[in-house]
Design a protein around this ligand. Structure first.
Ligand code: DX5
Ligand code: ZN
Length: 219
């Protein structure tokens, strides 16, 4: 048995029933809520921002894992902390000064993650891993739910795990994009310990999906 965590992506929730569905996945046992914020510039899509996160914060006490797909996220760290984030993850590719951005996040008291897109090499994170709480490996091009998992992410997870063993053994390694009940075991075996899943949780029976993810992840 492992202690791997499921972080369902609310991008795939039925927005007409966000309260009902948030309660359903909370009660089914999902430990983290993954909140995808998109600005239409860093990625070609616009999702939701702080007011929506603030609303969901009133529904559940679960850990809020906020994935910022926005340019220069340093401008908005305080706003997302105030909206209820427990962890703020920024993109390596979106920050002019990553170190200052990490420090700004840590200064607010929330946990800090850094994400890389599919074409960005893990080695760019080497100098930052000891300062952060999580690396988020994107296994699709960020911007949309429901895409197909890119198997090249598996090698990047292993490389991140090797870096973590050297400089930060408690690092969370989260993987996001195209994860299903059929491929989640490969992602865990490569070294991930936090799994994001959007469509694979919210399509069909949400309670059953959450339970089956945990069964496979921690078997
Ligand atoms: C994509 C987002 C993901 C997405 C995952 O840019 O970061 O969190 O919602 O959705 P699925 O699991 O459907 O690929
Ligand atoms: Zn995400």
């Amino acid at each position: 048995m492992g202690n791997n965590i499921l972080s369902p992506s609310l991008l795939s929730v039925d927005f007409n029933n966000i309260e009902r569905d948030s309660r359903i996945i909370d009660e089914a046992g999902a430990e983290w809520f993954h909140l995808d914020v998109m600005d239409g510039t860093f990625v070609p899509n616009i999702s939701f921002g702080p007011p929506v996160i603030e609303c969901i914060r009133k529904i559940t006490d679960r850990f809020f894992d906020v994935h910022l797909m926005i340019v220069e996220p340093i401008r908005y760290i305080d706003v997302f902390k105030a909206a209820g984030a427990d962890m703020i993850t920024v993109h390596y590719e979106a920050c002019k000064d990553l170190k200052a951005t990490i420090e700004a996040i840590k200064n607010t008291g929330v946990k800090c993650g850094v994400s890389i897109k599919p074409d960005t090499d893990v080695c760019v994170l080497e100098d930052y891993i000891s300062m952060i709480d999580m690396v988020l490996i994107m296994s699709v091009e960020p911007g949309f739910g429901g895409q197909k998992f890119m198997p090249k992410a598996l090698g990047k997870i292993k490389a991140t795990k090797a870096l973590a063993n050297k400089s930060n053994p408690n690092l969370y390694i989260e993987v996001d994009g195209g994860i299903t009940l059929d491929n989640v075991k490969d992602v865990i075996d490569a070294g991930a310990n936090v799994i994001v899943a959007g469509s694979a949780v919210f399509k069909g029976d949400k309670v059953d999906n959450v339970k089956r993810f945990y069964e496979i992840m921690n078997s």
